[in-house]
Each structure stands twice: as structure tokens, then as C-alpha cells.
Design a protein around this ligand. Structure first.
Ligand code: ZN
Ligand code: ZN
Ligand code: FE
Length: 737
């Protein structure tokens, strides 16, 4: 058979449940090849036979025409003797006891499905659950791998004959679409009134009527429940949810509706309309819609399920906010939502497909043409973040307030979805469930655990317990070192770098609280080269919610409360529960309060956000900086800064001007400390990480100022700059040891 050749191919990557086999089938038909394909733990295995010229065309064509969701990591090809096989066969999967394939994130509804949903002649006309190989639920409905209908929440809905026919027809775009269904066989909707009683009628129309009447409707979505209402009734939602201050996201009917509310760059539009469908933070137009956000920005997203599209008909925009009891994970089960949202929701739009895994909406902004994640969750998770070294078997437990873990598999870091604050028992439970779910879903045997240095973080305690139970080594990673390694991994940097890590608080390696750190190091080591003089926090953690306490402490340290007899002064003088913290986040809080900001604040991080938007545009002056070198660390003298700020305030300079001057001074501080670090280490790459770099006044200015000094500055683009990104850094530290 000299006129024929046969090849054996191994394809690694995300190729299951993404329409890969139909693509292969189409190509083999087109090229006239025979052979077979089967799923393997790593991806897929193929053998192809035919005329040598045709066989040779296969791999290049496959690379070009791979389905949107497929991620082909590696194709290895070996020539083997032809067998004379005819026809193309799809064989059963092999090696199912060692699941090793990737799981796709949930995918927003595709154009083809949307068209069918709107076509009165289609059998899926107005079907709220239609999907295909290119779109639909994945991560949130998958119980285990291999990815088959029976191992998803769709297992409870046997396919009808028509769906079965499409499912088994390789030329159909629903070929092996595991969650495919139609009105005859799929999940169904119900509508309950506020008391939880069923209401007869079209559930979507009932929900829409309630919304139009000004009510609040709880809507079961993909990864959890939302509370929806008209934008003009946002204050009612806030009042019932007791959620004052915090911005609310809107779901817009389409891009045009989004454009009437916000300005969109082409890059922002691309992210907004991408299949990941995150909430995108965008600049509001004037006049800004009231009561949704106290900043010049607004979070917008587009509908991502057919149900959303049906619900949105007739509404340009609806408030869509996660329905969760305060600080608890989002509701995912019908009964819990109906009970838990009594007095909040006026109606419930429910369905009978279970949410296996909760996953909140992701939140991103677009910075310099790239995504800058603030909450990496639905649509992104569990897509791995590829790293530069082997991390197989390592588990990093993350931080605490913005908890999230990372599981290593090969060279992939599998980052968990958004979790919230672990101090809450329900959140901790969710976190532990997901730890277990990820380990089994991805078939990873944990061989090492990493966590923060802080002994009180519940994630640290979980890590200790796991390391003990599994009898594997535990690596404790200093918080800011982990931030730094996270940004390095995000940018694929391995060698030593300078890290400018500004955040709220984290335990330092000297046992004090850090948070304004200029470090140098790599996965194996770091040293501290820059910081700020410690700020004493009367009442400790209470300061995070009450920045006026920090303002008082700043004034006290600057010698301005010498004669005062009030309680905070007495507390500071006696040094009772006033832990010192070299925290940039707390400095921002304190300065914000000195400028007359509100206190207490309504939500974590509010003062920093308000200070950012307080700043007047176009200000070039900066507050003067006084730097001192203490124990070889270049430190900002905070009392001197406070005195300079208050002097200018006394001269009548406005809070807007002073906010800008303060942040300009921080830009200058970044430059001076990084120059100091370069002089001491010879390093010239700087990674920026930590929650403070969510500040969009600071970030571009610091990047530009560092680059202008011949330093090379990097920021995050794949994982969050806040504590959510910490787990990735911990993973890298564990891999480096
Ligand atoms: Zn589709
Ligand atoms: Zn059907
Ligand atoms: Fe942090």
C-alpha cells in the first residue's frame, strides 16, 4: 500500500466537549481520510490513513480550523504502517479511571443558538436552555469527568428522540453536546411569588411584569442566583439587601444599550461581547444613571444564557447582582434561595436544573488593551493559567478575605472561582467543598501544600490540616512575596525581580503587619528593600471599616494631638491594641479620612476608591517626600507626609487637589524605592501587585514613571492583583522549593 500512509496522533489540551470531534470528522471527510478518534485522559488520540499528500495536510488544517473553545496544547505525530481501514470511526474513550482532561468554563450563548431561539419556526423557539457544542453551561454543571451528560446536572433530563438524533449526528452542531436539550426534554421554568407560592402563567412574562411594577425578582442563573430590578429601583434593592454604597452591576440587552450608559473602546467592547461574558467596568456617560455607582464607572455585562435573553426582552438594562446572604456564598439551590430571600425578592424565576458548582460573575476592566481582572470567576474558571515550571500536585490555599486556591497540574495552575471571606462559616464550607471538587475533578494527588504565613488565616489552618492528613510538606509563603510571585507568573517571569507590592495588610516575616513593600527576589528568596514607616492602627482590624481612626493615628504621630484627651488619643498614648502596620492601603484610608471622607465606610476598599475619584485631573504637583533608610530598608516617613498634607489643607487647598498631590507623591515614592532597589540589586524588572493597584490613577502613572527610569514594569493581566491572585504566587513558591 505504497500509495497510502497512516499516522498516529496524540492531541493534548482542551479538546473534549468543545466540538473537536465534529471538526476532525469534517476535515477527514474533506480530505478523504479513514481512521478513528477517541478521547484519552490527555485529550484525544487519532489514527488517520489515506493518500500521503492528504494525510500531510491534516495537522495544519486542524490547527487553523480548531473550534473556538478548543485549546490544543501539543500534537505529536508518528507514522505507522497503513492497515487498509475504511471509513472514519469514533471509538469509546479510554483510561476513564484516571481523568486528566481539562474542563471548559461556562460559555455564553452563541450566535447560532440565539438565532434559533428567536426563530418561530425552530423547534427550540424561545427555549430558555438551548445550547450546542460551542456554547452553554460547563463548569457549573459538571460533577465529574469524563465529561458526559450523565456526569452533569443534565443527567436528570434524558434526551428526546430528536435531540438524540442531533447528538449522534457528526455533521450536526450538537454532535456530542452533552447539555443539549429542547422544550420536550430539557429543564423547565417556574415562577413563584414573594411568599414562595407557585403562580400560573408564563414564568418569563410573570417575572417581567414584576420587574416592570418595580419589584425585585430573584433569577436562577448559571452559577448562582441574581437579584434583578429596574435600574431606577436600585435603591429599593440596596435597602432590602442592606447593601449601602457598593456599586451594582447592570445587565444590558445588547452592546447598543451598553453604549447609551457607558463609553466603550473597541477593546472593551470585545471583552464585553466575548463568550466569557464578564462584568466590565466602564466609564459612565453623562448624565450618569443614579444610585448604581458612586464612582465615574459602572459595571456592565451582556446576557449570557438564553434565559437572560428572554428575560431582558423589553428592558434595555436591569440591575443584576449576586443574591447572597451578606458575606455568604451566592445562593444556588431553589429552596435555600426562596427561604433566604424572603422579604427581599418579590418573585422567583426558577428552573429545575441543579447548579452543581457555584460561580459568581467575573469582574474585569480593560487596561491598556488587555484584561485586568478584579474577580476571576465564571467564564474563566477552571481554564488553567499556564506557568513556566512543573507545579504538579501542589495545592496553594490562598489568602483569607478574597479567598481562592490554586491546584497545580503539569504546568497548569488551576485557580478556583471567587470565594469571598473565609471568616464566614458558609464560605469556608464552600471553599473546602471546592478544594475537594477540584482535586477529584482534575484527578490531582496532592504532594505539597502552600499557604500564607499568617497563622490566623483559615486558609492557613486548612493547609496545615491537609498537609498533616496527607503527610506532605507545607510551604508557608510571606503574603507580599506571594503577591510578587503571582505577578511574575502572570507575566511569565522567572529570574529575580523587584516587586512593588502595595495592599491592605499581610503578615510580614518579622512578625509585624506589612503592606507597602518594595521587595527583590524570586521563587526561592526575597529581601525587603522599601516600605513606609508603620502606622499604628487603634483597634486593629476596626480601622479597615473606620478610616477616621487611622486619620487620628496619623495626626497623633505627627504630634498634632498632643493635648487631646479623647479616647483614641489615650489608646494611642497607652499603646493599647494599636498594632503598627506599614500598609499602603491603610495610608490611603487615613489620608482619605484626613481629607474629610466618610467614616465608617460601607464596604471593604471604599475609601481607596473614593480617594482615587476625589483626585482632580491634571495636577502635577506632589506632596514632598521624606525618605529614611532604616535597617537597609528605604522607608517613607509618614508623619512628615501627614504634616505636609495638613499644612496645605490649612492653607485652603481643596481635597481634590490634595488627593491628587498625595497620589502623585506615591508615584514618586514608587520611583525612588525601585531606583533604590535597582542600585542595591542590579535588577531592573519591577512587578506591581497588591490590591492598591486596582487604583487607576496610580497604576498607569507608576508604570510610566518606572519605564521612564529605564526600569521594566509589569502588571497583572491573567489573575487579579488583589488577594485573589495570591494562591498563584504561593504555588510558585512551593514549586521553587
Ligand atoms: Zn450554541
Ligand atoms: Zn429534546
Ligand atoms: Fe494582599
Amino acid at each position: 500500500m505504497a500509495d497510502r500512509s497512516r499516522i498516529h496522533l496524540e492531541v493534548e489540551g482542551l479538546v473534549q466537549g468543545v466540538g473537536f470531534r465534529p471538526t476532525v470528522h469534517r476535515l477527514t471527510t474533506q480530505l478523504g481520510l479513514s481512521g478513528f478518534i477517541r478521547n484519552t485522559p490527555q485529550g484525544a488520540e487519532l489514527e488517520l490513513e489515506g493518500p500521503p499528500a492528504q494525510v500531510a495536510q491534516f495537522v495544519p488544517l486542524l490547527q487553523q480550523q480548531a473550534p473556538v473553545l478548543a485549546r490544543i496544547r501539543r500534537v505529536s505525530t508518528v507514522s505507522i504502517p497503513p492497515t487498509g481501514e475504511t471509513g472514519f470511526h469514533i471509538l469509546p474513550s479510554v483510561g476513564q479511571d484516571t481523568p486528566d482532561t481539562q474542563v471548559s468554563p461556562d460559555v455564553g450563548i452563541c450566535e447560532d443558538c440565539l438565532r434559533e431561539m428567536r426563530d418561530p419556526t425552530d423547534r427550540r423557539y424561545r427555549h430558555p436552555f438551548l445550547n450546542c457544542t460551542n456554547c452553554g453551561p460547563r463548569f457549573t454543571i459538571i460533577q465529574s469527568v469524563p465529561y458526559d451528560r450523565e456526569s452533569t446536572a443534565m443527567g436528570a433530563f434524558p434526551m428526546c428522540k430528536d435531540c438524540q438524533r442531533e447528538y449522534t449526528d457528526i455533521t450536526n452542531r450538537r454532535y456530542h453536546a452533552q447539555p443539549t436539550c429542547c422544550p420536550n426534554c430539557g429543564p423547565t421554568l417556574t415562577y413563584l411569588d414573594g411568599a414562595g407560592h407557585g403562580v400560573d402563567g408564563d414564568p418569563i412574562q410573570l417575572a417581567q411584569a414584576q420587574l416592570r411594577a418595580g419589584g425585585i425578582v430573584a433569577v436562577k442563573g448559571l452559577g448562582g442566583f441574581h437579584l434583578a430590578c429596574l435600574p431606577e429601583h436600585a435603591s429599593l434593592l440596596r435597602q432590602r439587601k442592606e447593601r449601602e454604597g457598593k456599586p451594582l452591576a447592570l445587565m444590558c440587552a445588547d452592546v447598543d444599550a451598553a453604549r447609551t450608559l457607558c463609553r466603550l473602546s473597541p477593546e472593551e467592547e470585545a471583552v464585553l461581547t466575548s463568550w466569557r461574558r464578564p462584568i466590565v467596568l466602564l466609564r459612565k456617560r453623562d448624565p450618569a444613571p443614579d444610585g448604581l455607582s458612586h464612582t465615574p464607572e459602572l459595571g456592565l455585562m451582556l446576557p449570557y444564557t438564553p434565559l437572560h435573553y428572554l428575560l431582558m426582552e423589553g428592558f434595555p438594562a436591569l440591575v443584576m447582582t449576586s443574591a447572597n446572604p451578606s458575606d455568604c456564598p451566592v445562593f444556588k439551590d431553589n429552596q435555600a434561595a426562596v427561604e433566604g430571600l424572603q422579604g427581599i425578592a418579590d418573585g422567583f424565576l426558577l428552573h429545575n436544573r441543579d447548579i452543581v458548582t457555584r460561580c459568581d460573575d467575573s469582574l474585569v476592566r480593560v487596561f491598556r488593551g488587555k484584561e485586568y481582572p478584579l474577580r476571576r470567576s465564571r467564564g474563566y474558571v477552571p481554564q488553567p493559567v499556564e506557568v513556566s515550571c512543573h507545579v504538579q500536585g501542589l495545592l496553594a490555599c490562598g489568602a483569607e478575605q478574597k479567598a481562592g486556591f490554586a491546584l497545580g497540574k503539569g504546568r497548569d495552575a488551576l485557580l478556583s472561582q471567587h470565594m469571598g471571606d473565609l471568616k464566614n462559616m458558609e464560605t469556608l464550607e464552600h471553599y473546602q467543598q471546592q478544594l475537594h471538587h477540584f482535586r477529584t475533578l482534575f484527578g490531582v494527588e496532592v504532594t505539597g501544600v502552600a499557604c500564607d504565613l499568617h497563622p490566623d488565616y483559615l486558609s492557613t489552618q486548612v493547609a496545615h490540616q491537609l498537609a498533616r492528613d496527607l503527610d506532605v510538606p507545607l510551604t508557608q509563603v510571606q503574603h507580599h512575596h506571594a503577591h510578587m510571585l503571582s505577578c511574575m507568573a502572570d507575566n511569565g517571569l522567572t529570574g529575580p525581580c523587584i516587586g512593588l507590592i502595595w495592599d491592605g495588610t499581610g503578615l510580614g516575616s518579622d512578625g509585624t503587619i506589612w503592606g507597602a513593600e518594595c521587595l527583590a527576589g524570586d521563587a526561592k528568596w526575597f529581601r525587603r528593600l522599601g516600605s513606609i514607616s508603620p502606622i499604628r492602627l487603634p483597634g486593629g482590624d476596626a480601622c479597615a471599616r473606620d478610616p477616621a481612626r487611622i486619620a487620628h493615628s496619623l495626626r497623633f504621630e505627627a504630634g498634632l494631638e498632643a493635648d487631646s484627651q479623647d479616647l483614641l488619643t489615650l489608646q494611642l498614648r497607652a499603646g493599647l491594641n494599636c498594632p503598627p502596620a506599614s500598609s499602603m492601603g491603610r495610608l490611603f484610608d487615613g489620608v482619605y479620612a484626613l481629607l474629610g471622607g466618610i467614616s465608617p465606610i460601607h464596604y471593604e476598599g471604599e475609601s481607596a476608591i473614593r480617594l482615587e475619584h476625589l483626585a482632580q485631573a491634571g495636577v502635577t504637583q506632589a506632596l514632598p517626600l521624606e525618605l529614611e533608610t532604616v535597617d537597609e530598608v528605604c522607608r517613607l516617613n509618614v508623619p512628615a507626609l501627614t504634616i505636609a498634607l495638613l499644612e496645605r489643607q490649612n492653607q485652603g487647598q481643596s481635597p481634590h487637589l490634595l488627593a491628587a498631590q498625595f497620589m502623585n507623591a506615591m508615584v514618586e515614592l514608587a520611583v525612588q524605592q525601585c531606583q533604590f532597589a535597582r542600585a542595591h540589586t542590579g535588577l531592573d524588572r519591577v512587578v506591581l501587585s497588591g490590591g492598591v493597584f486596582q487604583n487607576m490613577y496610580l497604576l498607569p502613572r507608576i508604570l510610566d514613571a518606572l519605564n521612564a527610569q529605564g526600569l521594566r514594569a509589569y502588571h497583572h493581566s491573567r489573575v487579579s492583583t488583589n488577594d485573589e491572585g495570591i494562591a498563584l504566587g504561593q504555588l510558585m513558591a512551593a514549586a521553587g522549593r
